[in-house]
Design a protein around this ligand. Structure first.
Ligand SMILES: [Zn+2]
Length: 235
């Protein structure tokens, strides 16, 4: 990309309530692969959706634990310029980030108004007593020392319901937004994709992505590498 278009820079400069809707593509430049595109670890008909399901957690807790531990945790990953520019806008009280990512990188980047729609891998708790546990301990053993209960990360599994507080916060932010920016997600996974139905009808929608999206309404397409786009954006 040849620098930032003045028109787009002005859109960001003038916005008072930006909502960033983000997904895996924001974290791939930090070295975290999109688990849905990872294959080959296990053979057969099973896929990431099975391993990350409540059924798997309950019926085959060892299998769930091994999958999560081997595929999802990247504790050494660092936020990139996409996280950092968005976080800076939240610290100016001009933006909210609603992310599908569970990798904690927005917290590391000091994001102030953040909805982790699918939870956070680094918040771990015991399924028996509910006590919080340190994720370092979870990566060593899936059992809670105190009572032998299985630990689990506080993330929304495929057949689990969303945290209602998160949904309410996300809907409220969408209804107030004057600018909605979609980054690193194809907006095909529901219920996250359904957040667009709650957008303020006055809001301009900008998509920063390598491929166009099928949203069912008109939007501004920035067909670019998100890293280059946010690198060029002045905040
Ligand atoms: Zn316990």
């Amino acid at each position: 990309m040849m620098g930032m278009e003045a028109r787009l820079q002005a859109t960001f400069d003038q916005a008072q309530h930006i909502v960033f809707l983000t997904g895996a593509g924001v974290s791939t430049p930090s070295g975290i692969p999109d688990y849905r595109s990872k294959n080959g670890l296990y053979t057969g008909h099973r896929n990431a959706e099975y391993y990350l399901s409540h059924s798997c957690l309950v019926q085959e807790p060892e299998v769930f634990y091994d999958y999560v531990k081997q595929n999802l945790y990247y504790p050494d990953a660092k936020p990139n310029v996409i996280h950092e520019k968005q976080a800076a806008l939240t610290r100016q009280n001009r933006a909210t980030v609603i992310t599908q990512n569970i990798d904690n990188l927005y917290n590391v980047a000091d994001t102030q108004h953040l909805v982790e729609f699918h939870g956070n891998l680094y918040n771990v708790y015991c399924q028996i007593c509910g006590a919080k546990a340190d994720w370092h301990d979870y990566l060593k053993s899936p059992y809670h020392d105190a009572d032998g209960g299985w630990l689990r990360p506080d993330v929304v599994l495929y057949d689990e319901g969303l945290n209602t507080t998160n949904v309410q916060r996300a809907v409220a932010a969408m209804s107030q937004a004057d600018l909605v920016v979609i980054v690193g997600t194809s907006m095909r996974v529901y219920p996250f994709a359904g957040l667009l139905d709650y957008r303020n009808q006055q809001a301009q929608v900008v998509v920063v992505n390598q491929e166009k999206l099928n949203l069912g309404f008109t939007y501004d397409m920035v067909q670019a590498d998100a890293t280059e786009f946010f690198d060029a954006l002045r905040v």
